[in-house]
Design a protein around this ligand. Structure first.
Ligand code: BLA
Length: 521
């Protein structure tokens, strides 16, 4: 449906998105020399904002448009070495004929002082409730969540309430860097993306690295004309200006095209970071251009930061719940195995426990040629084929794969039940005892967004050039290609649970042998 050649995935990896040389046009950017705050670089739209062309600002002081009191205040803040905490500074700018109120955001990055100004666009759009109250109300609501899923849903709901975007999604990264929309709050009438998966390439590595450093980014209008910064190289560092922490950074054109193709006009995106890793994103979309001021953005950032901690807590709780469940099942199987003679029938009786132990959908149990199938498995003959193959392929005590067809091509025919395999084996006296758990192909198990009974209508995003263009819908299709014949990966806790059952089984077999020997004696 979409091939990587068409969209040039490698281009994505190579793009230096932190040094685009351009900003978005809803503000101006200046870089300043310290300590006298001489302007070194300026975005080319200063004439519209300040009434002074960029060329005339360079090598001059900020005094051209700020009064002495404002300059002194600025100097004072900068001297503290901790400028960020004073953001945003509300400044009154002298223009040719009047004054203009702007929000000014300053930061220092790699030794360069960067000053950005955003004009108050449409003031009435903004809530009069203070930063503190907005954040507090949202956090209180989210804290009421009973579990992890509800927490993510409330997070999406609260962010949408505060920002007013048409759609807010919580996007979680998987271990392979692909991602899923795990919660969504949207305006009625929009196509749902809830439950859909996307390939890792949709948010390439350098973007993820940047979002780890900078928690927030805003795109006011995807149809903007990027504004160049002149001169391109910073005269102090002689390198292109690094906009990693800038609020006006111009966005990668590939991503802009992605948003355009999905009918999105504006976005706001906040990072969720846990254990020093980008865990996910809060992605807000609007169908028309949308600006939210610095304060509202900061509320979102704070929510992202607080919720990042809460995610760790809630996930730890879920993990503990799951560990407890596994322990109970282990105990149950242990008692039965040690009380009876070891035979495959035991597992037919206890099939739910056996499958739940490692979160599998089917299992093949084979003790000395005696075959039992439980749950979703291939037919007997094919199951026997897997047993025969595995005995030759791996003598490991515990063997697992989430893509069996890679090592056992015959598995292609049975991918609906058998894309992933986790096996324990015991070899005693020429007799082999094996339990093999099976998982279906991921595509068969994903939770579909929207109504699963309604057929999905996939919009063909082919344009005049015949190329299929980027959008979540067709990149979901691309993701499906990347997970063909694969199951969900086996988690370490599941592999450990299998290994522990192997120990129990081993113990039961030895006990059986011992009593057989005693009887013979
Ligand atoms: C950035 N891609 C992003 C971002 C998201 C997505 C959320 C963060 C930037 C933002 O919106 O502010 C992806 N958006 C999604 C997904 C959904 C969504 C999956 O709404 C699902 C509903 N993008 C591609 C491909 C490439 C690519 C194939 O799809 C590369 C060839 C690149 N995406 C790309 C780049 C960025 C990006 C370069 C960084 C943009 C920037 O910050 O400059």
């Amino acid at each position: 449906f979409v091939s990587s050649e068409l969209i040039g995935l490698t281009n994505c990896e190579l793009q230096a998105i932190h040094t685009p040389g351009y900003i978005q046009p809803h503000g101006v950017l200046l870089t300043l020399q310290e300590p006298d705050l001489i302007i070194l670089q300026a975005s080319q739209n200063t004439a519209e904002f300040l009434g002074i062309p960029a060329e005339s600002l360079i090598n001059h002081s900020l005094g051209q448009f700020l009064n002495q009191a404002q300059l002194n205040q600025l100097q004072e803040y900068i001297a503290t070495g901790n400028i960020d905490i004073y953001n945003p500074l509300n400044l009154s700018i002298k223009t040719v004929d009047s004054h203009k109120e702007v929000e000014c955001i300053i930061h220092r990055y790699e030794g360069v002082l960067i000053l950005e100004m955003e004009q108050y666009l449409d003031k009435k759009n903004f809530s009069t409730i203070s930063f503190y109250h907005l954040a507090k109300a949202a956090i209180m609501n989210i804290k009421n969540a009973n579990d992890f899923q509800q927490m993510t849903e409330l997070l999406a709901q609260e962010v949408r309430k505060i920002t007013g975007y048409d759609r807010v999604m919580i996007y979680q990264f998987e271990p392979d860097e692909s991602g899923i929309v795990i919660a969504e709050n949207k305006r009625e009438g929009l196509e749902p993306f809830l439950g859909l998966h996307y390939p890792a390439t949709d948010i390439p590595e350098q973007a993820r690295q940047l979002y780890y450093k900078n928690w927030l980014r805003l795109i006011v209008d995807v149809n903007y004309q990027p504004v160049p910064i002149i001169p391109k190289d910073n005269p102090v560092t002689n390198t292109p200006l690094n906009l990693s922490l800038s609020v006006l950074r111009s966005v990668s054109p590939i991503h802009i095209e992605y948003l355009q193709n999905m009918g999105v006009s504006a976005s706001l995106c906040t990072s969720l970071i846990t254990d020093r890793k980008l865990w996910g994103l809060i992605v807000c979309h609007h169908c028309s251009p949308r600006y939210v001021n610095y304060e509202i953005r900061k509320v979102c950032e704070l929510l992202g930061q607080v919720m990042s901690l809460e995610i760790v807590n809630k996930q730890q709780q879920e993990f503990e719940k799951y560990s407890k469940k596994i322990k109970v099942i282990q105990e149950e199987l242990k008692i039965i195995l040690l009380a009876k003679n070891v035979n495959t029938q035991i597992f037919r009786e206890k099939q739910n426990s056996l499958l739940e132990l490692v979160n599998a959908q089917g299992a093949i149990i084979c003790f000395g040629g005696n075959l039992t199938l439980v749950g979703k498995t291939p037919a007997r003959e094919q199951s026997q084929g897997i047993i025969n193959w595995l005995q030759h392929y791996s003598q490991k005590e515990v063997f697992h794969t989430n893509c069996l067809s890679q090592v056992y091509p015959a598995a292609k025919q049975i991918k609906e039940s058998t894309s992933g395999l986790l096996a324990i084996s015991i070899f005693v006296d020429d007799i082999t005892y094996q339990i093999i758990w099976l998982r279906p192909e991921v595509i068969q198990t994903v939770n579909w967004g929207g109504n699963p009974n309604e057929p999905l209508i996939i919009k063909d995003d082919r344009k005049d050039d015949g190329i299929i263009h980027l959008s979540p819908r067709n990149s979901f299709e691309l993701w499906k290609e990347t997970v063909r014949e694969k199951s969900l990966p086996w988690k370490q806790i599941e592999i450990d649970a299998a290994a522990e059952l192997r120990n129990t089984l081993m113990f039961a077999i030895l006990k059986f042998y011992q009593s057989a020997l005693q009887q013979a004696a």
